[in-house]
Structure formats: C-alpha cells, structure tokens
Design a protein around this ligand. Structure first.
Ligand code: ADP
Ligand code: MG
Length: 265
C-alpha cells in the first residue's frame, strides 16, 4: 500500500502546525503505523522539536527537493520507534527563490514521495509546512492526498482559512486532482477562556463536519516537551496534550478508513 500523504498547512504562523505535525506523527507511530515527518519549514522547529538541533543538521528536505536525493538516504530515525524525520536543512531558506527556476518546480516533492516503481515503506507521511502559501507549501500540496489545517482558538482564527481553501481548490484543478481538505483541528483550546468556545462554535458553524471532534487543549507540557526536543508522549505520556493527540490520531484513522497496522505490505 502506498503511504497516505498529509500536508499540515495554514499560512498563519503560531497556530500549531509544527506541534500537530510532531505529536500527531508520534501518536500514529505509537499506534504502530510507520510514519515519516518531513520538515518543510526553514525555521526547522519540527526538527528541533524531535531532537535534531540546528548545529547537527545535515542534508534534509532541501536536498530532497532540489538535489533529487532519496527519502531513504535522507530520513533519520528519532527517539520514537517507527517515526522517521527528513529534517529541514540550512539551505531550505533559499529554496522559495531557487525553486522558481527549476524544472517541474511544483512537482519536486511529489516526485520523490511517490516514486513510480516502488512506493515508500511508510503508512503515513506528514509534511510540516512553513507559514506562507509560497512554493514550499505548494510543493507540499501537490505531493499530498489531503491537507490538515490547525486553527488556533484565538481572535482571527478563521481569517485566511478561506484563502487557504481557495488555494487547495486551485492546486486540485491545476496540479493534483486527488487533493482534498482532511479537516480542521482546533488547537490551544482553553476551557477557562470564553473566546475559545466562541472560536470553536464559529469554526463548526462555518465548516461543519470538516472540523475534527477532537480539540487540542492548551497544555504547558506540549511546549515544555518541544524545548527538550521531545514529543509530548515521551515527555509526559499522560498529559492532556499527549492524550488529545492520541484521540486526534484515532479520529484520523477512522475518518480515512485506515486498516489496522500491518508491516508486511
Ligand atoms: P506553527 O507551526 O503553526 O507556527 P507551533 O506549533 O510552532 O505553530 O506553535 C506555536 C507555539 O505555541 C509554540 O511555542 C508551541 O510550543 C505552542 N503550542 C502549540 N500548541 C500548543 C498547545 N496545545 N498547548 C500549549 N502550547 C502550544
Ligand atoms: Mg511551524
């Protein structure tokens, strides 16, 4: 079976893309699926959050897109069994500009993630996108089957989401007919704050079933874990953050009708 490829995108920064990428990838791996996370943000927060700090970075997602290097060659193991990472590399910051002149510039990532002869040996590939709708995010959308959109439970949460959804439509028509919105995930929900409830109600009113039932609470353990280079599961497996990402993973598995993990495929 070929991997299910999910881009985690929202052109706003600080909404929980990277946190969702790290912890959803971990939750899927803990559920015994083979997972690859690709850090496509030049800031490299997903790499740092999984313990690969800036100084130790080797070739990563830039090499993958610009130098036609293979996933097998570039993926590193992480502290989480079954979770591999293609980190962000130092050259990625220039990629938005350099890719413009490259052949098939929109398909660079798609071609390495879906090799024609043998599918990559993963069940899920998650792509952590940068906070923009530039060429890096476009590459992720062209490579993906679906897009997961984190929404921070804050003022202006829905601002920009319709632009993102129009972009998804455009990519579907022009480059990738299989692309669809996997769903919207409410993040950093704070029960003590009425605004969180309002944003959640607004999002559900507007996007209906596309909003995941699972809500990710604001939980200090999540951000602490990242500062130690660990997913929440390895820092405090019983924290409300780790448990919420487990529920999100199970909801995703149900929504996508994913069969139980079997590594024989
Ligand atoms: P993005 O990738 O969209 O820019 P991040 O995932 O990096 O957003 O999140 C922005 C900041 O908020 C980070 O410092 C992160 O640790 C923190 N954060 C994200 N989700 C949560 C959460 N559920 N609880 C507490 N802090 C969170
Ligand atoms: Mg990020």
């Amino acid at each position: 079976m070929s991997p299910h490829i999910i881009a985690i995108a929202n052109q706003k920064g600080g909404v929980g893309k990277t946190t969702t990428a790290i912890n959803l990838a971990t939750a899927l791996a803990v559920a015994r699926y083979r997972v690859l996370l690709i850090d496509l943000d030049p800031q490299g927060n997903a790499s740092t959050g999984l313990g690969i700090d800036y100084a130790n970075r080797r070739a990563g997602s830039y090499a993958l897109m610009a130098e036609n290097r293979s996933v097998d060659e570039l993926a590193c193991t992480t502290l989480v069994p079954l979770l591999s990472l293609v980190p962000s590399d130092n050259e990625l910051a220039g990629a938005e500009i350099e890719l413009v002149d490259m052949e098939k510039r929109e398909y660079r990532l798609a071609e390495v993630l879906s090799p024609p002869d043998a599918p990559l040996a993963y069940d899920f590939i998650l792509i952590d996108c940068p906070p923009s709708l530039g060429l890096l995010t476009l590459n992720a959308l062209v490579a993906a089957h679906s897009v997961l959109v984190p929404l921070q439970c804050e003022f202006f949460a829905l601002e920009g989401v319709s632009q993102l959804i129009r972009t998804v439509e455009r990519v579907r028509r022009a480059f990738n007919s299989k692309l669809h919105v996997q769903g919207l995930v409410l993040t950093m929900f704070d029960r003590r704050n009425n605004l969180s409830e309002l944003v959640a109600a607004d999002a559900r009113g507007f996007f209906g079933e596309q909003v995941f039932e699972t809500v990710i609470p604001r939980n200090i353990r999540i951000s602490e874990a990242q500062s130690y280079g660990k997913p929440a599961h390895l820092y405090d497996a019983k924290s409300s953050g780790a448990l919420a990402y487990d529920r999100l993973a199970h909801e995703l598995l149900t929504r996508t009708n994913t069969p139980a993990p079997g590594h024989a495929s």
